[in-house]
Design a protein around this ligand. Structure first.
Ligand code: SAH
Length: 395
C-alpha cells in the first residue's frame, strides 16, 4: 500500500532505532504531502532509510509506531497482533479460565498496539481507542477480533468518547459495534462484578488491580478493613471473602457507592459486615477514630496526569498517606497505590516514606506491587509502567 512519508531530523531518529514506539513532533523534518490525523505514515530516518510505520496525530506524540518492518496495515496485520496478545494471556493463565473471564486482552504499547485497549468481560469486549488512528481502524479491528474469538465473542462495546481528543469531525461514540451483551456480570477469580461499560470509568472496571486484590484477600482474616476510593468495590469484595470482620468502603461518588453495594450483594447477600459511605476521602479520614481499622487500602485516582503536575501530586500522596499512618491501629497493614504514569516508583516511595516519618510510625515494606501480567510493559517503552503499590506493616 502507498502510505504518506515522514522524514526525521538528523539526530532525532535514535529512539526509533531502539524500538521506542513514539515519534515526537519536534523530530519531524517534513512530510511528502499534507497529513491528516489518523493517517498511516511511513517514517524514514535522517539517512532516508525506512524506520517504521505508524499512526499520525497532531500533538506532542506525532506518530505511534505499529510496525518496524515495512508491510501493509490491514485486517490480517491486526489479526496477527491480536493473536499474539491472546497467546500471552493464555500463557500467563488469565484467558480461558473457569473462574475468571475478566482480563485485559490488549494493553496499548505493551502489546505493540499503541493507542488501543481491549478488556474482556466474559463474551463482551470493551474496546477503547486512545489515538485517532485506532479510532479510524475500529471496524477493521472489530472484524479481526471477531475472527479470532469466534463464538466466544458475543459483543464489542466501543468506548472512546472520553479517550480521544475532542474533534467534531471524528464522530467518536460509545456504543455496541457488534452484538449486544447478555449480562453485565463478569467473573474475577471466582467473584462476580457488575461491569458498567456504558457509563463507568475506564472500560467499566479496574482490571489492573486483580492480583493486588488477591493479595489483600490473604491479609483480611479477622481484620477491620477500610477501602478508600473504592469505586466498584473490588478490594471490598475480596476482603469479605478473605474473612474480614468488617469492611467499610468510601468513595466521593454516589454512583460508586451504589456499585460497591450492588457488587457486595451479588457475592454476599445481606452481609452485615459491609457498609459504604459517599464521602470525600480526606474528610472521612479526618473524622474517623484512631485505631478503628487495621487494614487500609488507598487507591486514589491519578494525582498527576502530566509531568507539570508532579510536585502537587507528590504532596497529595504524602498528605493522604500521612492520614492513614496517623490513624491505623498498631500492627495494621496499609495497601497504598499510585496509578499516575508521571510519578515513578522511587518518587512514590519517597512520598510514602515522608508520610510515615510525619506520623512517626515504625514501618516495614512487605510487598512492592505493580500492574499485573495482562498489562505488560514493552521493554522499549518504560513509560508503560504506571501502577505501583506498597504493602506496609505499621507497628
Ligand atoms: N480502587 C478502585 C479504583 C479506584 S478509582 C478499584 O479497585 O476498582 C478512583 C476512585 O476515587 C473513583 O471511583 C473516584 O470516584 C474516587 N475519588 C476521587 N476523588 C475522591 C475523593 N477526594 N474522595 C473519595 N473518593 C474519590
Amino acid at each position: 500500500m502507498n502510505y504518506k512519508t515522514i522524514y526525521l531530523r538528523r539526530g532525532k531518529d535514535e529512539s526509533l532505532k531502539r524500538f521506542h514506539p513514539w515519534v515526537f513532533s519536534g523530530a519531524i523534518e517534513h512530510a511528502d504531502e499534507a497529513l491528516d490525523e489518523g493517517d498511516i505514515v511511513r517514517v524514514l530516518d535522517a539517512g532516508g532509510q525506512f524506520a517504521g510505520l505508524g499512526h499520525y496525530q497532531i500533538g506532542s506524540i506525532a506518530v505511534r509506531i505499529l510496525s518496524f518492518t515495512e508491510r501493509d496495515i490491514d485486517e490480517s496485520f491486526w489479526l496477527e497482533l491480536l493473536q499474539a496478545a491472546l497467546d500471552v494471556r493464555r500463557s500467563i493463565g488469565v484467558a480461558d479460565r473457569k473462574d475468571n473471564n475478566t482480563y485485559r486482552l490488549v494493553h496499548g504499547e505493551g502489546d505493540n498496539l499503541p493507542g488501543l485497549v481491549i478488556d474482556m468481560y466474559g463474551g463482551t469486549a470493551v474496546m477503547q481507542a486512545h489515538s485517532v488512528g485506532m479510532h479510524l481502524c475500529r471496524m477493521q479491528l472489530a472484524e479481526a477480533l471477531k475472527k479470532m474469538m469466534g463464538p466466544r465473542l458475543t459483543a464489542i462495546y466501543y468506548k472512546s468518547e472520553t479517550t480521544l481528543p475532542y474533534k467534531a469531525s471524528l464522530g467518536q461514540e460509545n456504543g455496541f459495534i457488534f452484538g449486544t451483551s447478555e449480562t453485565d456480570v463478569a467473573q474475577e477469580n471466582g467473584l462476580l462484578f457488575h461491569i458498567d461499560w456504558l457509563k463507568g470509568q475506564k472500560t467499566g472496571f479496574f482490571v489492573d488491580q486483580r492480583d493486588n486484590r488477591s493479595l489483600l484477600e490473604h491479609y483480611s482474616m479477622g481484620r477491620d478493613v477500610l477501602n478508600m476510593f473504592c469505586y466498584t468495590g473490588g478490594f471490598s469484595v475480596y476482603a469479605l471473602r478473605g474473612g474480614a470482620r468488617k469492611v467499610h468502603s468510601v468513595d466521593s461518588s454516589a454512583k460508586a457507592v451504589e456499585l460497591v453495594n450492588a457488587n457486595v450483594s451479588l457475592n454476599f447477600p445481606e452481609d452485615e459486615r459491609h457498609q459504604a459511605f459517599a464521602e470525600d476521602a480526606f474528610k472521612f479520614m479526618d473524622q474517623m477514630g484512631k485505631d478503628a481499622y487495621d487494614l487500609i487500602i488507598l487507591d486514589p485516582p491519578a494525582f498527576a496526569k502530566h509531568k507539570d503536575a508532579l510536585k502537587n501530586a507528590l504532596r497529595g500522596y504524602t498528605k493522604l498517606n500521612a492520614k492513614a499512618f496517623e490513624k491505623i491501629r498498631p500492627g495494621g497493614i496499609l495497601f497504598t497505590f499510585s496509578c499516575s504514569q508521571a510519578v515513578n516508583k522511587d518518587q512514590f516511595r519517597l512520598a510514602v516514606f515522608t508520610a510515615a516519618a510525619m506520623a512517626r510510625r515504625r514501618v516495614r515494606i512487605l510487598h512492592q506491587l505493580h500492574q499485573p501480567a495482562d498489562h505488560p510493559i514493552n521493554i522499549y517503552h518504560p513509560e508503560g509502567e504506571y501502577l505501583k503499590g506498597l504493602v506496609l506493616y505499621v507497628e
